[in-house]
Structures are given as structure tokens and as C-alpha cells.
Design a protein around this ligand. Structure first.
Ligand code: 4NP
Length: 150
């Protein structure tokens, strides 16, 4: 099993979308995809209704996902950890114990824009178009991830 973790701040907008999108592109018997937030504000919560809606419009149901907080033990569980933005990157890297942990952490948009360290913009305080934009960015990145893994 290859295990991949998607990480954002709240685990209710960007990373549950990334989880749902990547899961839909990989065979279930060979890959585990999960998501987590660096913050604890939304532990146990369903994804934001706007994230659920944009996923549904694209044929994915993410409504049963629940928020959880990233923890150091995730470095032991997962092979690759994709972060959405620079703040997630710094928070996760600060919890890394060694180079083996640090090597697992990647900016997800580096899949589509290598070495640019671009952020997936936080859509939480904006309107629905922010979620559509995020969906598109994540879908492109997950297509690259899935084809490199398969
Ligand atoms: P996410 O978006 O990190 O993509 O899940 C956010 C969700 C909630 C908050 C911030 C960002 N918040 O401040 O509650």
C-alpha cells in the first residue's frame, strides 16, 4: 500500500477536496489517501458545505469525511505528505523529526508547477468561485500525482 496524506489548515476545505479527488483517480486496493489539518478548529467536522457542493458538481461525494489534526505520527504512517500552502509547509516541517520526515513533505502545486512553491489559495473567506478555482488546481495536480504513482 502506498499512503498519501493531504494537509491544509482546517481540514474542511482544501485537503478534503484533494483527498476525494486523488482517491477517485487511484485504485483503492493499492493506495490509501487521507487528509488532516494543522489546526484543531474543525476536528470531527464535515467538510465546508461549499467544498461538498463543488465536489458533488464534479461527481464526488466528500460529505462523510471528518476533520482531524495532523500529528507527528503521520510521518510514520504516510509515504508522501502534500501541503496546500507555505504556512502548512512550515507547520508540518516544524513537526518533522529528521530528514526522512522532511523528505516526505511536498507542495501539491509543485506537481503541476515544478519548484514554484505556489499556494493553493485558502477559499474559506471567499465565495463559491474560490472553491471552483481550488477544485481545478487540485484536480490538475492530482492527475499528475496519480499518473506518476500508477
Ligand atoms: P482549509 O480552509 O484550511 O482549506 O480547510 C480553512 C478552514 C477553516 C479556517 C481556515 C481555513 N478557519 O479559520 O476556521
Amino acid at each position: 500500500m502506498t499512503k498519501i496524506l493531504m494537509v491544509c489548515l482546517g481540514n474542511i476545505c482544501r485537503s478534503p477536496l484533494a483527498e476525494g479527488i486523488l482517491k477517485s483517480k487511484l485504485p483503492k486496493d493499492k493506495f490509501i489517501v487521507d487528509s488532516a489539518g494543522t489546526a484543531n478548529y474543525h476536528v470531527g467536522s464535515a467538510p465546508d458545505r461549499r467544498a461538498i457542493k463543488v465536489a458533488k458538481e464534479n461527481g464526488l461525494d466528500i460529505s462523510s469525511l471528518r476533520g482531524r489534526q495532523f500529528s507527528t505520527t503521520d510521518f510514520d504512517t504516510f509515504d508522501q505528505i502534500y501541503v496546500m500552502d507555505e504556512s502548512n509547509y512550515n507547520n508540518v516541517m516544524n513537526l518533522a523529526r529528521d530528514d526522512n520526515d522532511r523528505d516526505k513533505v511536498k507542495f501539491i502545486l509543485n506537481e503541476t508547477y515544478p519548484n514554484q512553491n505556489y499556494d493553493v489559495p485558502d477559499p474559506y473567506y471567499g465565495g463559491p468561485e474560490g472553491f471552483e478555482n481550488v477544485y481545478k488546481m487540485l484536480d490538475e495536480a492530482c492527475t499528475v500525482i496519480a499518473s506518476s504513482l500508477k
